[in-house]
Design a protein around this ligand. Structure first.
Ligand SMILES: [Zn+2]
Length: 395
């Protein structure tokens, strides 16, 4: 049995405390815990304690971390961006295993303990991306939990053969099925969603759909997703990512969509900035009780160079995009990048409580809101009670 005692740390909404960890699990939280014999002692010295941060939406297979600067090409449509991406992959021989490993290390060093990552699947790239990412997932599982989403980034029905590849990826161990703009990309919303839901049912996996479609077109896609979630009994197992439509419909339409999202426990992923488009109203959704998740999206890939792998940086951007200033608003985003995202990903042993996994990050800052604004790296990160990173470096 391994025993670790962390002394004097400050969890959010909690007095300074000691934490006793036994075999990777939080065994006790109290003031002045006596050190058990043989325990490893970590002096927190009044550090902030964060629960392991969760990046609930990223693209580890195609991050260009560690490669020379990539200048983003000018484009006018999303289809052009996707075509550029396939070209880059072809010409630069991007290796999904190497890139996702680099991404994983950057995430761990910044306090992330769980990731949901999409992996592109198309008829040109085949299963290279998803297999490379699954290899990383399996190799690094003691340091970082990765959920792999089989994702038809180039469209599905418009590229015959893609559905079979998605099916194969799920058979080989992908954890979640992804969808993409059923009207705007495939131009067949019924066909696209029926196929995605059928694959989910066949492999008993959750669904996560990128929905960039704006306004009423996007809201119509919401209706179709809600209807299928209800009919198939997939309540609590569907996420709509980006969901820009929620920022582009009037309050009556928004109100009825929120009722349906609550009824079917459908989650919304918002990562803050929205490329000049309306974005989901995070405070409104949070207060209404809609399930929320956030993430960094693609890190330094052919879509653009600005995203970073650090989740505190993402929390800052979500706050900034939504005009958050008050402590309670900033703390709501900390809740989203920890507890709320864990619920959406179905992580059962997550949370700062006795009996849960000791997935923790320690940061030297004044308080948790200041940490979101100043964004220091954690000086210590733990996965299941084992130190995974120290002072920004994976150990
Ligand atoms: Zn994405």
């Amino acid at each position: 049995m391994t025993t670790t005692l962390i002394r004097n740390v400050r969890p959010l909404h909690h007095d300074a405390a000691d934490i006793l960890i036994r075999d990777g699990v939080i065994a006790e939280i109290a003031i002045d815990i006596a050190a058990p014999e043989g325990a490893t002692i970590i002096e927190g010295d009044g550090s902030l304690l964060f629960q392991g941060l969760i990046d609930g939406h990223t693209h580890m297979d195609k991050a260009l971390i560690g490669l020379p600067w990539h200048s983003t090409k000018p484009t006018t449509t999303i289809t052009e961006v996707i075509a550029n991406e396939r070209q880059l992959r072809r010409e630069e021989h991007i290796d999904a295993h190497i890139q996702s490993t680099r991404h994983a290390h950057a995430a761990i060093a910044s306090g992330t303990t769980h990731i949901r990552s999409f992996a592109d699947i198309d008829t040109e790239w085949g299963l290279n991306g998803v297999r490379g990412l699954m290899q990383t997932r399996d190799e690094i599982k003691d340091k970082l939990h990765i959920q792999v989403v089989a994702f038809p980034q180039s469209g599905m029905l418009i590229r015959p053969g893609t559905v079979e590849l998605l099916d194969q990826a799920l058979s080989e161990g992908a954890d979640v099925i992804g969808g993409l703009d059923p009207s705007a990309i495939d131009r067949d919303p019924k066909g696209h969603l029926d196929t995605i839901f059928a694959l989910a049912e066949k492999h008993d996996v959750d669904i996560d759909i990128h929905l960039h479609e704006p306004g009423e077109l996007g809201a119509f896609s919401f209706d179709l997703i809600i209807e299928r979630t209800r009919v198939l009994g997939w309540k609590g197992r569907v996420t709509i990512s980006h969901a820009f439509a929620l920022g582009g419909v009037d309050h009556i339409r928004l109100g009825s969509l929120i009722e349906d999202l609550l009824d079917q426990e459908i989650a919304i992923m918002s990562h803050g900035p929205s490329g000049g488009r309306p974005a989901p109203p995070v405070e409104h959704l949070y207060n209404a009780g809609v399930r929320l998740i956030s993430g960094n999206d693609g890190i330094q890939d052919s879509w653009g160079p600005l995203n970073r792998p650090e989740m505190l940086n993402r929390a800052y951007l979500v706050c900034y995009r939504n005009g958050f200033r008050r402590d309670d608003q900033i703390e709501s985003v900390i809740d989203i990048i920890t507890n709320k995202s864990a619920e959406v990903m179905g992580i059962e042993d997550y949370g700062f409580a006795v009996g849960n996994a000791a997935d923790l990050a320690m940061i030297r800052e004044e308080n948790h809101c200041a940490a979101v604004v100043r964004r220091p790296m954690p000086w210590l990160v733990m996965k299941r009670g084992v130190i995974t990173a120290r002072d920004g470096v994976v150990v």
